[in-house]
Design a binder for this molecule. Structure first.
Ligand code: HEM
Length: 191
């Protein structure tokens, strides 16, 4: 190969390497032996849009009202507002969070309760029904510990509604699981 051709080939190879590197970097570093993306390994593409909506809800918490009814297998909630814009955002938020639970795309993993909830995403059934002013949600599970998680999460959402951003800065504990058998031995009986 003569000298100009060799130079051209070298520049071509270098350019191809650069392009490949940039493209792998844009994919979040995958391809450098890191394997597939970890579940919840970081914010996903949908996160900024979701954050905008829940930040809006936190800012408008005074315009939101909510009732929660616990049932044996889960929880029923009604969350509404007289402000049509807030109503739309509540409905949008719940639909987005429903998709996250369905597709196991966790959010707020720094908060133990949310992390634990998403760990059990496959054990959660969620039904939504829009109302004129908001949304009615029924969340159930066949697993009693997941039922407790759902009820605790519903309480936290009510605290978001009551306290807005101040509550969102807090962490929320996972409720203790109920013992499935007595923790102390029953008193000895003599026949
Ligand atoms: C005032 C603020 C908020 C309102 C009104 C609100 C409303 C709701 C409602 C109505 C649900 C359906 C379940 C239920 O009713 O208990 C829900 C679910 C959910 N919300 Fe929010 N939310 C708020 C803030 C947040 C924030 C700050 C986050 C996270 C950063 C968040 C994350 C979630 C998640 C992950 C779910 C689905 C989990 C599940 O229900 O099993 N929400 N939210």
């Amino acid at each position: 190969m003569n000298r100009p051709r060799f130079m051209l080939a070298t520049v071509g190879v270098a350019l191809a390497l650069c392009l490949a590197t940039v493209s792998l970097w844009a994919q979040g570093g995958r391809g450098f032996g890191q394997g597939p993306p970890r579940r919840g390994g970081g914010p996903d593409a949908q996160f900024p849009a979701d954050r905008e909506v829940f930040q809006y809800l936190l800012s408008h918490h005074d315009d939101i009202r909510r009732t929660v009814t616990n049932r044996d297998d889960g929880v029923e909630t009604l969350t509404e507002s007289d402000d049509p814009q807030v109503t739309a955002k509540i409905q949008q938020h719940v639909a987005a969070m429903y998709r996250r639970v369905e597709e196991d795309r966790p959010i707020r993993r720094r908060d133990p309760l949310f992390d634990e909830l998403f760990r059990h995403a496959d054990a959660i059934e969620m039904e939504m029904e829009k109302t004129d002013k908001g949304i009615k949600v029924t969340e159930t599970s066949a697993d009693p510990q997941v039922v407790r998680l759902l009820q605790e999460h519903a309480k936290v959402v009510s605290s978001f509604v009551r306290n807005g951003h101040a509550e969102a800065r807090k962490s929320h504990a996972v409720p203790p699981s109920a013992p499935t058998r007595p923790t102390t031995a029953p008193p000895a009986t003599t026949p």
